[in-house]
Design a protein around this ligand. Sequence first.
Ligand SMILES: CC(C)(COP(=O)(O)OP(=O)(O)OC[C@H]1O[C@@H](n2cnc3c(N)ncnc32)[C@H](O)[C@@H]1OP(=O)(O)O)[C@@H](O)C(=O)NCCC(=O)NCCS
Length: 162
Amino acid sequence: MMTWFSGLWGMGATPAIEAATLRDAPRLAELHGASFHRGWGESEFENMMRERNTLVHRLRLGRKIIGFAVSRMAADEAEILSIAIDAAHRGRGLSRELLLTHLGHLAGRGARAIFLEVEEQNEPARRLYEWAGFGVVGRRERYYQQANGEQLNALLMRRDLS
Ligand SMILES: CC(C)(COP(=O)(O)OP(=O)(O)OC[C@H]1O[C@@H](n2cnc3c(N)ncnc32)[C@H](O)[C@@H]1OP(=O)(O)O)[C@@H](O)C(=O)NCCC(=O)NCCS
């Protein structure tokens, strides 16, 4: 896995996946706002990072943070609340290692079942989650409200960790 991942970047900077810190909040909010219709602000990221049951990882390339993953745990279950990659770095498989590392940390903290919601037509996200072993366990009609009033369906996905 590491060979494949490092190979993407040749002699350039190798992506690093690390626990996010409070100082990352402005950049994480910027990335979130650029990726989602309802962006989370800096204070939302700060609050989540202060919560013991919330896990926030950053994906760093050199000095720049280019992605993140956020989950919340409850007992032995966890929900992936958000994952995003900077638009300039999408389509290179970078989210895979981010997601796998994030799942590994959730497993290490005792999570046995991971859930998430994804917009039905979000092909890159669905392919990522299917690649990572998630399966569709439910569908919510007209769950997301777009800025233009359009209502989109959500799929509920689950993966069990052994
Ligand atoms: C979802 C996201 C994190 C994936 O990150 P990424 O590093 O670009 O992912 P990958 O490069 O591994 O691409 C994921 C898959 O989508 C495919 N894909 C990429 N762009 C696509 C497109 N426009 N249409 C269809 N499939 C696409 C890729 O080919 C890949 O599939 P494969 O592994 O079967 O080849 C990223 O697209 C993103 O940040 N999107 C905005 C935020 C978001 O929607 N997050 C998920 C919320 S549930």
